[in-house]
Design a protein around this ligand. Structure first.
Ligand code: FIX
Ligand code: ZN
Length: 415
């Protein structure tokens, strides 16, 4: 049925609110990974985004904060950001959105009562509740075989849940070969420090073993702003000599998450990572040199966004996604999403949650959808002003593309 102009906003809101979501990058885990799955108010409050924001107001030694219990840290963050000040930032406001969506009395500001609410849940029921409320079709995890606690579950104990799809994460392999080669050797791969032909072949065997074990949607790595290929260095040699061939063999994307300056402030631990403008020529080179490979890319610096969109126009084997981390703020999401639609139409994935805490799915998607609706109303209004007739079915089709459908088509394509 054709949509009347005056109904457009209402229809777009309904479609965006109701379309099931594929969340293409998270740090969530299914229940077989036990405590690796974080959830509940104390995990929400001690999210590293909020740690960084809280420490800006305090003078206590970082060590003193890290030595506190999780609950003591949460108490301090609650007092600092939610009692002594208004939670006006994106991440602090997100906690309020979660509490409100769960039907809790936000006006009470009673942290203990919120803790009581969460204590009543078991994790399986809570996963069902959050996925249903956030309308999540499935999330893609971040699965790192170099994390011992995770590795042992993959070796013995992993139970599949179709709502949590794996992604093989290999940061240490690419970024810290000088250390990770010892791990591979311990695990029975005949590798040496020198990246000669036989070591590269064993790295390929390691990757192949984990792809067969995990059946990942993609192979991923977080890469620094200095990441550059081609280069005579370990990361470049491993990517071209092992990752690219294995990704092509299994027809799965290599997901490059580029622009993280790790531990800019080491005292903040995970909250200490920062951002740097990265090198778009590397993305161009890889897409051009390996046309049978698929690249799934996001970049962290706002300054890389426009050139990344243009690069995606040049290479059909490049799929860009998400408003990552320091970009995941309304003012920047609006800018990035508009330039992507204006230059790529529907051939990209506008958002992922990067959720580290299960409950974050509720706020990260609610906040994003508000902006998505505004952008789509503008774009479809312009079309209708030129006489284009739009049906609800077509709108539902388009939003399905944006919320994971185009990504799933990209996964199926063989170039
Ligand atoms: O490398 C990554 O997957 C990043 O998303 C994380 O390391 C980062 O801490 C994060 O969660 C950002 O949102
Ligand atoms: Zn992430």
């Amino acid at each position: 049925m054709k949509i009347k102009k005056e109904e457009l906003t209402r229809v777009i809101k309904r479609v965006v609110d109701d379309t099931p979501i594929v969340d293409v990058h998270t740090h969530l885990f299914n229940v077989s990974f036990g405590d690796l799955l974080l959830w509940g108010i104390d995990e929400l409050l001690t999210y590293h985004y909020l740690v960084a924001e809280t420490m800006r107001y305090l003078t206590i030694p970082y060590e003193q904060f890290w030595n506190m219990s999780k609950e003591e840290q949460a108490d301090l963050i609650w007092k600092t950001l939610f009692v002594d000040r208004t939670p006006i930032s994106e991440a602090s406001g997100g906690v309020i959105t979660v509490l409100n969506l769960l039907g809790l009395d936000v006006s009470s500001r009673d942290l203990q009562s919120y803790r009581t609410f969460f204590r009543r849940y078991n994790v399986k029921d809570y996963i069902d509740l959050v996925f249903e409320k956030a309308k999540i079709k499935y999330v893609i995890m971040t699965n790192d075989p170099f994390v011992e606690e995770e590795r042992k579950t993959w070796i013995n104990g992993y139970v599949e849940d179709s709502r949590f799809k794996p992604a093989l994460r290999i940061d240490p392999l690419i970024n810290e070969w000088d250390k990770s080669y010892k791990k591979l050797s311990e695990w029975g791969y005949k590798v040496g420090r020198k990246l000669d032909a036989s070591t590269l072949s064993e790295i390929k065997r390691f990757l192949s073993d984990w792809v067969k074990r995990m059946k990942p949607v993609y192979i991923a790595a977080s890469l620094p702003p200095t990441f550059h290929i081609p280069e005579k260095n370990d990361p470049s040699t491993i990517v071209e000599g092992a990752v690219i061939p294995i990704a092509e063999e299994f027809n799965i994307p290599f997901a490059m998450m580029i622009g993280v300056k790790k531990l800019t402030n080491p005292e903040l631990l995970l909250a200490g990572d920062s951002v740097g403008k990265a090198n778009i020529e590397t993305v161009e080179y890889l897409c051009r040199t390996y046309p049978h490979n698929k690249f799934f890319v996001l970049m962290l610096s706002r300054e890389n966004q426009h050139e990344l969109v243009v690069t995606a126009r040049k290479f059909r084997n490049l799929h860009i996604f998400g408003c990552w981390w320091f970009l995941n703020n309304p003012s920047i999401i609006d800018e990035i999403t508009r330039e992507r639609i204006e230059m790529l139409g529907l051939s990209f994935t506008p958002q992922h949650s990067d959720a580290r805490v299960l409950d974050q799915l509720l706020y990260k998607w609610t906040h994003f959808k508000k902006i998505m609706i505004e952008v789509l109303v503008d774009k479809y209004s312009d079309l209708m002003d030129d006489g284009w007739l739009l049906s609800e079915e077509e709108l539902e089709r388009d939003v399905k593309f944006l919320f994971g459908g185009e990504f799933e088509s990209f996964l199926e394509r063989k170039f």
